[in-house]
Ligand binder design. Sequence first.
Ligand code: ZN
Length: 100
Amino acid sequence: MTWQAGRGRLREIRAQCREGVRHLRLRRCVGAYVDGELPPARRAELTAHLVRCWTCSGHAETLRLIKHSLGNGPVRAPSALTEARLRRYAVRLGADSTDR
Ligand SMILES: [Zn+2]
């Protein structure tokens, strides 16, 4: 390896380290990013990072999907109705066990 090639490789390794450190710092902000809670400068930095980072962009997409499904999911049964169903099921189970 020539001196210039070694220097180029060193630059490449430094760039990878900087990107790794940036990833570790920014991955904690992905939730706030998805929630729209980041200040503009941090938001712009994270937007640029998401273009390059498969892990963080996947995490952001997963959070968006979860948020979307929770916001638009099926209407859940009221807890009183759920409780009544569980009690009826428990009574039915008890009746089945005494029949044997
Ligand atoms: Zn990342």
